[in-house]
Design a protein around this ligand. Structure first.
Ligand code: SF4
Ligand code: SF4
Length: 489
C-alpha cells in the first residue's frame, strides 16, 4: 500500500499468506479460552440492500496514510485501510446502497473487506458477536510438585513429590472418560508443576498412554510442556519432538532481569541455562513459545527479552504478575500502573521495530486478546481441569490446593462445573464496571483469581483495567503495521 494509492485499499489477516498459522494464543500457562472463532476473516460477498457504518469503531492511525480499524462489537479481526478506503467507509455514515460503487473494482473489494470485518453492516441489523462453544477440554497435569528454581512469584507450595505412572494413567483415563461424556472433541494436556521436566519419564509415558486412549475414544490430542527451561537435556528435547509435544519456556528478561526473579533453589542465576535450553530445543526442531511474566522487578527490562524472541522468530506472550498466598511475603513484585504502561510501551516499540509475521493480537494483552469475542477470560469452571500430583482435582492451577475431588471417583468436568466453592468465573456482563466497556468481549473482565485477590470479589472489573484499556488500541495499531508489512495485495 503506497501513499500515492488513489484506489481504495483494505487489507486484513486473511491477506497474509499462511494466515491461520499466524495466530498465537497466549493460553499456555492458563486455562485456554473457548476454542473456535478466528480473527482471520475472508472478504464475503455483499448482501442486497442498504449498508451502514458500524456505530462504534476503534480507529488507530498507523501513519499519515493508513488507519487500523476494529469493531469491538463484532467478531474480531483488524483491517488496515488507506485514505480512500477510509473515505469509502465514511460514505456509509448514513445507510446507502453499494449501487454505483460496485462498478469500481477497488471500492467493491474494500467494501467487501469492511463488511466481513463488521465495519459495515446491513442497515438496522448490527453484527451479533458469535461466542464459540468450546470443543476442547484442557487439563493442567501437575506431574511433579518439585522445582529446581525458587521464583518469588510462584503460587505452588513445593515438595519433592512427583506424580506416579499409575496416578498419571488414572488421570488420563478420567479426562478421556469425562471429555467423551461431556461432548468434547479434543483434549489438550499441559504438563506442568513444579518443573515438569524433572519427572520426564512419567510425563512421556503418560503422553504415550494418552495418545492411545484419545485415539480409541476419537479425541484429538495436543500437549505442551510448561517448563522453566533449566533441565531439558538433548535426549528430552529429541523425545518432545518425536512425540509432537509443544514447549513453553519461561524467560523473564535477559541476564540479570531474569535472574532477579527466577533464581535456582540454591540462589544462583538461571538465565544462561534457559538460553542454552532454547538453543537445544531449536536444534532438535522444537520452536518454544516464550512466556514473559512481568513484575515490578523486570517491568523496565521487557524490551530486550522481546528482542531476543523476535530475533529468533519465537512467539511470546506477556503475563502480568498475579498476587498469591506463596508470594504474599515478597513486597516488591506488585507493579505500579504507570511503570507497567511504560514497560509495555518499550516492548511494543521493539515489536514495531522488528515486526513478526505472526499476529500479536492474542499474546501481548495478558489474559485479554483480540482474536475472537468471548464472555469469560478463561475456561475455569467449564472446560479446564487441574489435576495435582496425587490425582486430586482443582478448578485453577493458582488454587491447586483447593481440591474438589479425585480422578478415581469423579467426572472431572462435572466436578469443576458444579462445585459451588472457590473461584467463580462470571460472565463479563456480570462484572460491575465491565458491562458497558468497549473491550468487554475481548478482555472479559480479566482473571477471576487476580480480581478476587485484589478486591475480595468476583463480580467487579480487573485491577488491571486501566492498563488494558490503554494497551488495546496499541495492539490494534501493531496489527495494522503487521498487515501493512506482510499482507499481499
Ligand atoms: S476489566 Fe476493564 S477493560 Fe476489561 S472488560 Fe472490564 S471494564 Fe473493560
Ligand atoms: S482464573 Fe486466572 S489464573 Fe486461573 S486459569 Fe483463569 S486466568 Fe488463569
Amino acid at each position: 500500500m503506497h501513499s500515492s494509492d488513489q484506489r481504495a485499499v483494505a487489507l486484513s489477516g486473511s491477506d497474509v499468506p499462511g494466515a491461520h498459522e499466524l495466530l498465537v494464543h497466549s493460553c499456555e500457562d492458563c486455562a485456554c479460552p473457548p476454542s473456535g472463532g478466528s480473527a482471520v476473516r475472508t472478504a464475503a460477498g455483499l448482501p442486497a440492500g442498504p449498508l451502514v457504518r458500524a456505530r462504534e469503531i476503534v480507529e488507530c492511525p498507523v501513519d499519515g496514510e493508513h488507519t487500523a480499524l476494529f469493531n469491538p462489537d463484532g467478531n474480531g479481526g483488524v483491517l488496515i485501510v488507506n485514505r480512500a478506503a477510509h473515505a469509502l467507509l465514511e460514505l456509509f455514515s448514513t445507510p446507502r446502497e453499494i449501487g454505483a460503487l460496485a462498478a469500481d473494482e477497488s471500492a467493491e473489494a474494500a467494501a467487501r473487506h469492511l463488511f466481513s470485518h463488521d465495519l459495515l453492516h446491513p442497515a438496522g441489523a448490527p453484527p451479533d458477536p458469535r461466542f464459540a462453544e468450546s470443543r476442547q477440554l484442557t487439563a493442567w497435569l501437575h506431574v511433579t510438585n518439585k522445582c529446581n528454581l525458587k521464583c518469588p512469584y510462584c503460587y505452588v507450595s513445593k515438595s519433592d513429590e512427583g506424580m506416579t505412572r499409575d496416578t498419571g494413567r488414572d488421570s488420563v483415563d478420567a479426562l478421556v472418560r469425562s471429555a467423551v461424556r461431556n461432548g468434547f472433541s479434543a483434549l489438550r494436556l499441559k504438563y506442568a508443576g513444579g518443573e515438569a521436566s524433572l519427572n520426564a519419564d512419567v510425563l512421556l509415558d503418560l503422553h504415550q498412554y494418552a495418545r492411545g486412549r484419545c485415539d480409541a475414544a476419537g479425541l484429538t490430542l495436543s500437549a505442551v510442556l510448561l517448563s522453566n527451561g533449566v533441565a531439558i537435556n538433548r535426549r528430552l528435547a529429541a523425545a518432545l519432538t518425536e512425540h509432537g509435544i509443544g514447549v513453553m519456556i519461561s524467560l523473564d528478561g535477559i541476564g540479570e532481569a531474569h535472574d532477579a526473579q527466577r533464581p535456582t533453589v540454591g540462589g544462583h542465576r538461571s538465565s544462561h541455562l534457559v538460553v542454552r535450553t532454547i538453543g537445544r530445543l531449536l536444534e532438535a526442531g522444537v520452536r518454544p513459545h516464550i512466556s514473559i511474566t512481568i513484575t515490578s522487578r523486570n517491568v523496565d527490562a521487557i524490551g530486550p527479552v522481546v528482542r531476543f524472541a523476535l530475533e529468533r522468530d519465537l512467539t511470546f506472550s506477556f503475563n502480568f504478575f498475579r498476587d498469591n498466598d506463596c508470594s504474599a511475603a515478597v513486597a516488591d513484585l506488585r507493579f505500579e500502573e504507570q511503570a507497567m504502561l511504560a514497560g509495555l510501551e518499550s516492548a511494543f516499540a521493539e515489536i514495531e521495530e522488528n515486526l513478526p509475521r505472526w499476529s500479536v493480537l492474542g499474546c501481548v494483552l495478558d489474559r485479554g486478546q483480540l482474536l475472537a469475542p468471548r464472555r469469560r477470560a478463561c475456561g475455569v469452571g467449564d472446560d479446564y481441569v487441574v489435576i495435582d500430583q496425587r490425582g486430586q482435582i482443582a478448578k485453577c492451577h493458582m488454587e491447586i490446593s483447593d481440591t474438589i475431588g479425585d480422578v478415581r471417583t469423579t467426572d472431572p468436568v462435572l466436578a469443576v462445573r458444579t462445585d459451588p466453592r472457590g473461584i467463580r468465573n462470571l460472565l463479563v456482563e456480570d462484572k460491575q464496571g465491565c458491562r458497558d466497556c468497549t473491550w468487554r468481549h475481548w478482555c472479559s473482565g480479566g482473571c477471576a483469581a487476580a480480581t478476587f485477590r485484589a478486591t475480595g470479589r468476583f463480580d467487579v472489573r480487573s485491577p488491571n483495567c486501566a492498563i488494558y484499556r490503554t494497551i488495546y488500541p496499541q495492539a490494534v495499531r501493531l496489527e495494522g503495521l503487521r498487515l501493512l508489512k506482510y499482507a499481499a495485495r
